[in-house]
Design a binder for this molecule. Structure first.
Ligand code: BGC
Length: 709
């Protein structure tokens, strides 16, 4: 009887208010707030909620609160209990939870994880990061940084995935999926042409539309279309005279229009420069505070400069995304003080550092080291001042850092065979190097947000240190802890070289595993290492750091390895390069079909297939890279990465690898037609293990009109 009575109440509560609006006002019979009905689509819930919001409540949603409660997170939008809107808590997250959070895991820098060339590893990187962000109460994780590295001195290179648009797009999608699988909304940043730190609040990037579409936009396009990223951060810098956060073409026409991005755009912290222009041109939310989007925006709406419809659209995007990610429905119990570390996260941090380490030189089979060798660890980064991460908003409070000396001592389990010199005193370093069989010099750069490196040299006395040690001991190995390329005047004097990047909290354990061969070094460079300071794509002052506030992208499409190839310049270490302790053979290469007609088969793939065999004696991994060389008439760089795959193989093992190329792999952007074009012609498919080692070659004939057989 009682059950039946309650059932009737429920039916009336739902049907009466809809049928007779009068009932809706009656509290006892009012159903829960209609937008809290989980069965409704996110758009409908957002629209229902929007109708219930006052102007002040809408304004609250479109800017960050300043100051933030307890100074936690990087950005904060307060909850609205009246309407059941949860708070938005935005925290930095490139190599772990940032903003001074404690009890978190410091991962290797994103460039290190990207150097694994393993999208599955990058997905797990996102999962670990997303999991710790969510555990800290964060619901918007500010990362990944997906800009293409144009200037090798760029201070935030370590935060990115490198210099190739396709590669960055793949990594971006993998990491975004990883982050968002754990609860938080990810944030693709920094949109767009954020390619230098010097004068970053005012600099203007002058870049032609074809370059914009072929080089700088693809990672963002993939983040939206394949990654389904929830937010995008517009950058400090201007593109073609217009600030990113009020750039109609970039925000409204391209991102929201052409790509159909349905999430919200937030400004970088302090990157909003106007109220009306920003609101009209597509900026949804000002971060970190509300200089332009609080009182000023309210006044602009009241006096008609910004329409209510425009404001509603900004709020609606935020709400739709919050509903879509379940922020109204999920119970997020973690807070800023929760300890989110786990043994699995620490193990992953180590694995990512190992998998990203790139072996660049190994003469006389010096590596891997034998356990019995006496060794010297030399350099500040070897112990005194380990260089585990870059600086700026990505900084993570590490709970610990295993230094290289600690990791190596633990690995060899015999302290007496491992000596140390911090490198500050050259004579001491030389003396120590003379007493051992192998000297390992750890050198580093100091990179961070807000400033570019002044040049590509190793800072301080590190070049002299390496030369002095190498003169004292022929078995000298250099380990680079850098976020990007450095010049190596001493390269001919050393026998071994490893790029270990900024390796995170497991620094010493990871490098010990690589040095002693417990793990095969299988990382590859996601950016080119130049031979000289001048033979780089952006060597003129007009290009970088710019003149009178303008950085001219005169290298156009020739970014990174594209420039070296186009200008026949031999880099020191090419894009995609990295050695292994084992040997691989690539064979049985084929490309099918040999002819394709996009007019009749627009969605067909072209498959490059081959067999990869580990013909050496150790387990290891090889990355197969596929480049497309377009017909000369297309006016493209000589060859461009269009597919890759990392293959793990036991000694003697073979695997068949199929790499799919699609229509877009053979496209150019036509800036007159504002569209992608797929010109007819013969395209070369080049396959190998670095951008400069492509022994397998074939062709495919493309036509956009029916092929005559
Ligand atoms: C950085 C962003 C960061 C923000 C919040 C800015 O200085 O450019 O990447 O997310 O600060 O900390």
């Amino acid at each position: 009887m009682r059950v039946r009575y309650l059932g009737w109440i429920a039916v009336l509560a739902v049907t009466l208010p809809a049928t007779f609006p009068l009932f809706a006002a009656s509290k006892s019979l009012r159903p829960t707030q209609p937008w809290m009905d989980k069965s409704l689509p996110a758009e409908q819930r957002a629209n229902l909620l929007l109708q219930a919001m006052t102007l002040d409540e809408k304004i609250t949603m479109v800017h960050g609160m300043d100051p933030r409660p307890n100074n936690e997170y990087a950005g904060y939008v307060p909850p609205n209990p009246r309407l059941s809107i949860p708070a938005l808590k935005l925290a930095d997250g490139r190599a772990g939870v940032g903003n001074h959070a404690t009890d978190v895991t410091l991962l290797p820098a994103p460039i290190a994880a990207a150097a694994s060339w393993d999208t599955a590893l990058m997905h797990r990187y996102g999962q670990v990061l997303g999991n710790e962000e969510w555990g800290k109460g964060t619901n918007v994780a500010l990362g990944p940084t997906i800009d293409v590295v144009r200037v090798p001195e760029w201070g935030r290179t370590f935060e990115t995935f490198g210099e190739d648009p396709y590669f960055n797009a793949q990594m971006a999608v993998a990491e975004i999926h990883g982050i968002q699988s754990q609860g938080p909304i990810a944030d693709a940043n920094m949109y767009l042409t954020m390619n230098q730190e010097n004068n970053r609040f005012k600099e203007n990037s002058i870049v032609d539309p074809r370059t914009l579409h072929e080089i700088y936009l693809p990672p963002f396009e993939a983040a939206v279309e394949q990654g389904h990223v929830g937010t995008v951060m517009c950058a400090y810098i201007k593109t073609n005279g217009v600030y990113s956060c009020e750039n109609q073409y970039l925000l409204k026409d391209f991102l929201k229009g052409r790509l159909g991005f349905s999430g919200w755009v937030m400004s970088d912290w302090g990157a909003t420069h106007s109220t009306v222009a920003s609101a009209k041109n597509g900026l949804d939310q000002e971060m970190g505070g509300g200089t332009y989007y609080s009182q000023a925006l309210k006044a602009a709406v009241e006096n008609g400069q910004v329409s209510m419809a425009t404001l509603n659209e900004h709020v609606r995007r935020i709400l739709v995304t919050m509903f879509r990610f379940g922020l109204f429905d999920k119970d997020q119990s973690g807070s800023w003080t929760t300890d989110v570390r786990t043994a699995e996260h620490a193990a992953f941090s180590r694995e990512a550092a190992e998998q990203g380490s790139a072996l660049l030189k190994n003469e006389h089979g010096l590596l891997p080291l034998s356990n019995a060798s006496s060794i010297a660890v030399i350099g500040a980064a070897g112990d005194l001042k380990p260089k585990a991460q870059g600086g700026g908003s990505s900084t993570v409070v590490a709970s610990y850092i295993v230094t290289p000396l600690q990791g190596i001592r633990k690995r060899v389990a015999d302290d007496t065979r491992v000596s140390y010199a911090d490198g500050s005193d050259l004579a001491h370093a030389i003396a120590v190097a003379r007493t051992v069989r192998v000297a390992i010099v750890f050198v580093n750069t100091d990179e961070g947000e807000g400033r570019d490196r002044p040049n590509l040299e190793l800072p301080g006395n590190q070049d002299q240190l390496i030369s002095a040690v190498a003169s004292a001991n022929p078995n000298t190995i250099v380990v680079l802890n850098t976020g990007g390329p450095v010049l190596m005047p001493w390269i001919g004097k050393i026998r071994g070289l490893i790029e270990a990047w900024y390796p995170g909290q497991e620094d010493g354990n990871a490098i010990a595993a690589i040095l002693y061969g417990d793990v095969d070094p299988s990382g590859k460079l996601p950016l080119t290492f130049p031979r000289t300071a001048t033979e780089i794509p952006t060597a003129t002052r007009q290009q970088w750091p710019g003149i009178d506030g303008n950085s001219t992208y005169s290298e156009k499409l020739d970014v990174g390895y594209r420039w070296y190839d186009a200008n026949n310049v031999r880099p020191l270490f090419p894009f995609g390069y990295g050695l292994s302790y084992t040997t691989f053979k690539l064979s049985q290469f084929s490309v099918t079909p040999k002819k394709i007609d996009w007019a009749t088969n627009p969605s067909n793939n072209i498959n490059a297939e081959l067999e990869v065999t580990n013909v050496g004696k150790r387990p290891g991994a090889e990355v197969v890279e596929v480049y497309v060389a377009q017909p000369e008439k297309n006016g493209e760089p000589p060859r461009q990465l269009r597919a890759f795959s990392k293959v793990f193989l036991q000694p003697g093992e073979s695997k068949h690898v199929t790499l799919a190329l699609n229509k877009r792999s053979f496209s150019i952007y036509d800036s007159t037609a504002h569209a992608w074009k797929f010109p007819d012609g013969t395209y070369k498919i080049l396959v190998g293990t670095s951008s400069r080692d492509l022994p397998l070659q074939s062709t495919v004939v493309i036509s956009s009109s029916p092929v005559s057989h």
